[in-house]
Design a protein around this ligand. Sequence first.
Ligand SMILES: [Zn+2]
Ligand SMILES: [Zn+2]
Length: 212
Amino acid sequence: MIGCECEVCTSTDKKDKRLRSSILVQSSKTTLVVDTGPDFRYQMLRQKIKHLDAVVFTHPHKDHLAGLDDIRAFNFFTKKPMPVFADSLTEEALRRDFYYAFSDTRYPGIPELNLNTIAQEPFMVGDIPVIPVLVWHLKMPVLGFRFGKFTYITDANRIDNSEKEKIKGSEVLVLNALRKQKHISHFTLEDGSGIKNTKGIFHSYFTSVRKA
Ligand SMILES: [Zn+2]
Ligand SMILES: [Zn+2]
């Protein structure tokens, strides 16, 4: 955190250094990214990503959307709008936060986006099948995503039993677990371990783990 001098922020252990959560999912034909946080540009540069077929969003919080403007680099190479998959709540935020990309008076160099509204039904991105998993971030619905035997769930503190069924059989579950102490809208490490022990899930990696 900016300005913080706590044990974690001043640590030299690289596991204590985090960027905002996002993942890149690739098949031999298709590359997609889940969320474009404020670190999106740096993450793309760091991983030397030259091609991106789509962006899939989990929820409308700014730390998951803020980097979307930098999609324009991919537009520049493909000369095509970037397909974006988001639920209606997130779509509303995208239209508000990136109003200039949806305006009638557009100027050169702005991101070109092609919005696709998703809900809980599975969908395809190129040749990648995507299964949305609805989770709760306090009162906000958030989408987790299952790709084959890999499931990614960021910001959440509750998962309904019916949605847990969709996770079963995953070999890897990436799950947010903010810290040891209770938090109003994120799982704690202990909550996360409880879900990990749900029968049928073998490995879990926690996102956003802090020592605090
Ligand atoms: Zn700190
Ligand atoms: Zn959030």
